[in-house]
Design a protein around this ligand. Structure first.
Ligand code: PMV
Length: 349
């Protein structure tokens, strides 16, 4: 049996201007543009092996060692169909190409961190899936083109296709052709910036981002204000702060955006709570540090879960770690509501 097999890894990304809302839930077209930092491959990542063979009679997928039925996962179906169609088009243009588009696809994917706990596992997972698919099917796609397929799996996944600082332009077209990721600055741009992940809880989140964001779009007045009056200007300011490596501005915008995203969750009816008491204690500690010292030392941000990501210049990290250990003693010992481990995943390689 001839098998083609490729293994790739893809890192998570943590947004500093958050995406929350879809204008088209089949094509995953967002209601606002967003921007994130892709963390280092060495830390939180997904690892995916894809095998294709003419003898495989169906497509199959295993996530963290457990088989998941593909037909019930429409997004996965869309990702596979998109890549296969692209390969089929190439084969019809060039009949000498092997007919890999007719072969079955087996996917084995695993995360080296808790899945669906608000740590962007779907972002790294789908980015890794489409990147590996493109390699195994030899699809000649640019990173931006690939980001379209990743977007079909999970919106934020389109930003994990690229390293460094990555924007996702919401686009205007109904077919999504202009809703693409683009690199604002490469991973080598700001080597002094690091991220610290505080795992407050690794439990699966109560409200999935898919259902949560649509309820927010349908019920929150604040989110309409955010789309129209806040995000467009914030995207410009954030890109400028990144280009200038202006940490105080980057930090303030990041914290304001996290606050407003969680405010729109509270403004959702019925309300959604992703942060918990420990998350709020982290906000208080960072706010106190930023008040006491000369200038802003650190920025917190929270996605759809209670876990904190702290961005800070490298020089401030040792002190931040000491302060976190002081304010949250018992970290690394109990399973929930405390920090399980510290890591500083973002560093320029
Ligand atoms: O791509 P999704 O459906 O997992 O949504 C991600 C939403 C946030 O993580 C909260 C924000 C973002 O831009 O990543």
């Amino acid at each position: 049996m001839t098998i083609r097999q490729v293994t790739c890894t893809a890192p998570v990304n943590i947004a500093v201007v958050k995406y929350w809302g879809k204008r088209d839930s089949d094509l995953i077209l967002p209601t606002n543009s967003s921007l994130s930092v892709t963390l280092s491959q060495d830390d939180l990542h997904s690892r995916t092996t894809i095998s294709i063979a003419s003898q495989f009679t169906s497509d199959r997928m295993w996530l963290n060692g457990i088989e998941c039925p593909i037909p019930t996962n429409q997004r996965l179906v869309n990702c596979l169909a998109g890549a296969r169609q692209q390969r089929q088009d190439m084969e019809s243009r060039n009949p000498r190409l092997p007919k890999w588009s007719t072969w079955g696809i087996h996917i084995a994917s695993e995360n080296n961190f808790p899945t669906a706990a608000g740590l962007a596992s779907s972002a790294s997972g789908y980015a890794c899936l489409v990147f590996t698919l493109a390699q195994v099917l030899e699809l000649p796609l640019t990173p931006s083109e690939l980001s379209r397929y990743a977007r079909l799996g999970s919106g934020s996944a389109c930003r994990s296709i690229m390293g460094g600082f990555v924007g996702w332009e919401m686009g205007q077209r109904a077919d999504g052709a202009d809703s693409l990721a683009y690199q604002v600055a490469p991973e080598t741009h700001w080597p002094d910036l690091e991220a610290l992940i505080l795992v407050v809880s690794d439990a699966k989140k109560g409200t999935s981002s898919t259902s949560g964001m649509q309820t927010t779009v349908n019920t929150s007045d604040l989110t309409q204000h955010r789309f129209a009056n806040v995000v467009p200007e914030r995207m410009r300011q954030m890109e400028a702060a990144i280009q200038a490596k202006d940490f105080p501005t980057f930090a303030e915008l990041t914290m304001r955006d996290s606050n407003q995203f969680h405010a729109t969750c509270l403004d959702t009816y019925p309300p959604i709570f992703y942060m918990n008491d420990t998350s709020r204690a982290v906000v208080n500690v960072i706010t106190a540090i930023n008040r006491l010292d000369a200038g802003i030392q650190a920025a917190y941000t929270f996605d759809a879960g209670p876990n904190a990501v702290i961005y800070a210049p490298k020089a401030h990290m040792p002190r931040l770690l000491l302060l976190m250990a002081y304010f949250f003693p018992g970290a690394a010992s109990s399973a929930d509501q405390t920090f399980e481990y510290f890591t500083n995943p973002y560093n320029a390689v």
